[in-house]
Structures are given as structure tokens and as C-alpha cells.
Design a protein around this ligand. Structure first.
Ligand SMILES: Cc1cc2nc3c(=O)[nH]c(=O)nc-3n(C[C@H](O)[C@H](O)[C@H](O)COP(=O)(O)OP(=O)(O)OC[C@H]3O[C@@H](n4cnc5c(N)ncnc54)[C@H](O)[C@@H]3O)c2cc1C
Length: 451
């Protein structure tokens, strides 16, 4: 007996003849058999699934988590606590409102009270202007968590608690630090940082045109500043100006209500629309000597401030890319096409894996960067490399996120459109891609390609 005959005999022996007769009395059995034999394999499999009680419950999907290498596990309990606090604040209080503010070029100022309650600045800075031993790692994690939901919120915090506060901490006298730092830490006074000018961006080190001139007990400032974050509502702006007498760059704490100081909000941005950037005009603005940063006598001090904050901008790229990746994964698990979640498709998985690789490389690079900074070993070219690398990888990641969302990717309500647009600003500020590339290129080759 052949094996197929044996299978047939086995099958026949298992058929219940009484039930077969019952079925035959109700349907045309030979026709049913013929129709079944004409079905494709996958149709037959579907039929069998149906007979065995329909499709099985899908297995629970993996958790959406952009921290694939568990960088969080390397943090101290205090750092983890700060991370959890910022994550909860961003998800509960910023995420629901930010698209509305972004679309009308407005910063949600009611968040300032919440920033005061969160008391994050004291996790980074001491009241005397020194930094906590793990300040850079904490600042990095805070930045990443904010940018994971919204980059504009990060920029508000970074300009106030990073650039403006650092300028006074590094450049101010003891009295100036005593006077301003607690107010900045408490968000009683909001700070801005005015360096860039309409005609001078990358070339600020040698090209500032805003001037200061000694006049008795004070100084007279004239010029313009462009792109100055927070300046439309800040109380003070640190203004960098070239001294007409010795040609050196000096820093001033300028109260925004000083006569001759005016700010116009920059409209029509396609990125970071919830950051309020101002164009400032200084027309014979008088600042007392006591408000000149006493330790800022040359651009070297300005560069020190920028050096301190550059790592933070690299972390913005990490958070922004992480947010875009996590939203994309969630979307891929839920958005269905051709009868199944798009996460089933190989090309979509390829996009997600590419994004996650970027996020993980950026995140681990930035953690090491901040550790070096906290150990006092960070070199300029290392911060520049991190800025160049993360901005480029972030740009690639948010573009994939936009693509993965199809048409919905250009709608604000899905968030990735905001990440996509905001990345363009990350790419250009705190040293453009080109300038940071030249810094790294000079360090590794020994040849300066700056012209
Ligand atoms: C959203 C946003 C917020 C900002 N916030 C602030 C703020 O709060 N305070 C503040 O002071 N500034 C702020 N800036 C300004 C920012 O730092 C500048 O935009 C940045 O330094 C670049 O200057 P720029 O835009 O004038 O470009 P430019 O310097 O005019 O550069 C134009 C192009 O030329 C390239 N380039 C320039 N020089 C060289 C060179 N030597 N070799 C090769 N390529 C070169 C640049 O890389 C760039 O691609 C902000 C900018 C933006 C967009």
C-alpha cells in the first residue's frame, strides 16, 4: 500500500458517517468538496483558522522605548528622579498644548510658573555660580527629555538656564552672581542671550558691530541683535558688544525696559515656532558699570559660555530624534494598510531600525560627551563632533519619521511634522554644521581650513 493510500484510509476511518449523512442532508456535499479543493492554500488556512474559533489574540506588542541600550540604567538614582520628573511634566503638561502654541508663533508663558516649581536649574547650578559635579549629564538628560516631546520648550530652558545664566555665572563678579543667579534659578527674572547680529552670525568672534562706549559711570550701547530667544518677554538680556576704545568684546546685563532698547518678534519661521526670537535694536542704551559683566573682557569669555552649552544642543538632537522614533514605532504598530499594521512591512521595519540605530548612537555619544565635560576633560572638537553628528543623524531620523507617517506626517497633530521642522534650527544654531566641521577638521588634521 502506498503512503498516500494509507493516509486516505486513516482519514476515512476518522470520518463519522452519521455526521456526514447529517451534513449531506443539508448541503450539496460533492459541490462543497469540489469548491474546497479549488481553494488556494492561504484560503484554506484562513478557513481552518475560522473553524478553530477565528484569529488568535495577537501577542502583546513590545513596549515603545527609544532608550534601546538602557542608558537610563547607567544614571544615578538622583539623575533618574530628575529624568522621571521632566518626562512626566513634558508628557502631561506640554504635549497636549504645544502644537497650538507652535502654530501661532507663541511660547506658552504659563509654563514659567511650572518651571519654577520643578526647580530644575538647581539640579545643574549652585547658587554661587559653580556647577554640580554631574551638571552636564543632568543637563543632557533634562534636555533630551524635553526635546523628546518639544524642542522649543528645551530652547526656552536652554537660553534662560544655559546661555544667560552661564554668562553671568562665568562673566559676573561675586556681587553680580549674588544678585542675579537666585532670581534666574527661581524664574523670577527671565534671561536672554544677545550675541548674533543681522549681518554677523558665524563670524561673531571677530565681526561684532554692536558697540559699547564708556560714558562716565556707565556705558552707551548701539547696534542690533538678531534671533535672540526669549527676548520678547525676558526681563534681562546679556548683550555682547565691541568696546570702541580697545576693540574687545564686553558683556552687559541689559534690562529690557531700558530706554532705547526695543524688540521686534521675528515672524514667519518654519522651525521652533514656539520659541519667541526677537530682533533687538539698541539705540544709545545706557547701562551702568555695575551691570557690565566684570570678568568678561574679551570674546574668550563669550566662547567659554558657548563651549559650556554646545553639548546641550547635541542632546537636543537626541531627544528630538527619540521622540520622532517613538511616535513612528507607535504609528507603525497601529496604522493598518492592506489589512495589517504597517509595522509588518519589511521596508517600514528597515526605516524604524535605521532610526533606532541613529538614536542609540547619538545618545551614547552624548552621554560620554557629558561625562568628559563633568570631568573637566572636554575638548572643543569633541563637542563640535557631537553637534555635527547628532544634527545630521537627527535630520535623517525625523525625515524617516515624516515619511513613515505618509500624508499624516505633514500634519501637526501627529507631532513628527514639528520635529521635522524644528530640526532645521538645531542644524544651524550654536555653530552651524560647516563651522563645527571646520573645528573638528582643524583638530584632527592640524590644518585650519577657516577662511
Ligand atoms: C531658532 C534660532 C535661535 C537662535 N537663538 C539665538 C540666541 O538666543 N542668541 C544668539 O545670539 N543667537 C541665536 N541664534 C543665532 C545662531 O547662533 C546663528 O543663526 C548661527 O550662529 C549662524 O549664523 P547665521 O544664521 O547668521 O548664518 P551665517 O553665518 O550667515 O552662515 C550662512 C552659511 O554660511 C556658512 N559659513 C559661514 N562661515 C563659513 C566658513 N568660514 N566656512 C564655511 N562655511 C561658512 C554657514 O555654515 C551657513 O551654512 C539663533 C538662531 C536660530 C535659527
Amino acid at each position: 500500500m502506498t503512503s498516500s493510500n494509507a493516509n486516505l484510509m486513516d482519514l476515512m476511518s476518522r470520518i463519522d458517517m452519521q455526521k456526514l449523512a447529517q451534513v449531506a442532508s443539508k448541503v450539496d456535499l460533492p459541490r462543497l468538496l469540489e469548491a474546497a479543493s479549488n481553494l488556494e492554500d492561504h484560503q484554506l488556512r484562513g478557513l481552518m483558522r475560522m473553524l478553530s474559533g477565528g484569529p488568535k489574540e495577537p501577542a502583546a506588542l513590545p513596549e515603545v522605548n527609544g532608550d534601546f541600550f538602557d542608558v537610563a540604567a547607567t544614571l544615578s538614582e538622583r539623575q533618574r528622579e530628575v529624568q522621571r520628573k521632566v518626562r512626566a511634566f513634558m508628557e502631561r503638561e506640554v504635549a497636549p498644548i504645544i502644537n497650538a502654541y507652535w502654530s501661532r508663533d507663541e511660547f506658552p508663558r504659563q509654563l514659567i510658573d511650572r518651571f519654577r516649581e520643578l526647580d530644575l536649574v538647581r539640579e545643574i547650578w549652585n547658587e554661587d555660580g559653580t556647577r554640580k559635579p554631574d551638571a552636564s549629564v543632568v543637563e543632557g538628560i533634562v534636555t533630551m527629555e524635553m526635546a523628546r516631546v518639544d524642542v522649543s520648550t528645551t530652547v526656552f530652558f536652554g537660553v534662560h538656564a544655559g546661555l544667560a545664566l552661564a554668562a553671568i555665572a562665568l562673566g559676573g563678579s561675586e556681587e553680580q552672581r549674588r544678585e542675579w543667579l537666585p532670581k534666574l534659578m527661581n524664574f523670577e527674572v527671565i534671561g536672554a542671550f544677545g550675541l548674533t547680529e543681522p549681518e554677523v552670525g558665524s563670524g561673531v568672534a571677530g565681526g561684532l558691530t554692536t558697540t559699547c562706549r564708556r560714558d562716565g559711570d556707565g556705558w552707551i550701547l548701539n547696534g542690533q541683535k538678531k534671533w535672540i530667544g526669549n527676548s520678547t518677554f525676558s526681563d534681562i538680556t546679556v548683550i555682547w558688544a565691541r568696546d570702541e576704545a580697545d576693540d574687545q568684546v564686553k558683556g552687559f546685563i541689559v534690562r529690557n525696559d531700558t530706554p532705547g532698547f526695543s524688540v521686534e518678534k521675528i515672524m514667519g519661521k518654519i522651525a521652533l515656532r514656539a520659541v519667541e526670537n526677537g530682533q533687538i535694536t539698541l539705540k544709545d542704551v545706557r547701562v551702568e558699570e555695575q551691570d557690565r559683566l566684570q570678568r568678561a573682557d574679551s570674546f574668550r569669555l563669550t566662547a567659554d559660555v558657548l563651549r559650556l552649552t554646545r553639548a546641550g544642543v547635541a542632546w537636543q538632537g537626541v531627544g528630538c530624534a527619540m521622540g520622532a522614533y517613538e511616535r513612528s514605532l507607535r504609528y507603525a504598530q497601529t496604522r493598518e494598510q492592506f489589512g495589517k499594521p504597517i509595522g509588518n512591512f519589511q521596508l517600514i521595519q528597515s526605516h524604524l531600525v535605521h532610526m533606532l540605530g541613529n538614536v542609540t548612537a547619538m545618545q551614547t555619544m552624548c552621554l560620554r560627551l557629558s561625562q568628559l565635560q563633568d570631568q573637566g576633560q572636554l575638548r572643543d572638537e569633541q563637542a563640535s563632533l557631537a553637534k555635527v553628528f547628532t544634527a545630521a543623524r537627527c535630520r535623517e531620523t525625523v525625515a524617516l519619521a515624516r515619511e513613515l507617517h505618509g500624508g499624516n506626517g505633514i500634519l501637526l497633530e501627529h507631532d513628527v511634522a514639528r520635529f521635522f521642522a524644528d530640526t532645521e534650527a538645531i542644524y544651524s544654531y550654536e555653530g552651524t554644521n560647516e563651522i563645527n566641521t571646520l573645528v573638528v577638521g582643524r583638530a584632527i588634521t592640524g590644518f585650519s581650513a577657516f577662511v
